[in-house]
Design a protein. Sequence first.
Length: 47
Amino acid sequence: MVRDEDYIDFLKQIVSCINHGDYFSAKELSNLELEKMKHKVKKDRKL
């Protein structure tokens, strides 16, 4: 599961991108975070 601190940091990054009108970066950050979470779930399932 995602820790609260990690999620808060992620949301701050997204908000910062949106505040600067950089929607492409917000999308890329979201995709990277999603891939990282998928990788973690696969790793946890193998254990």
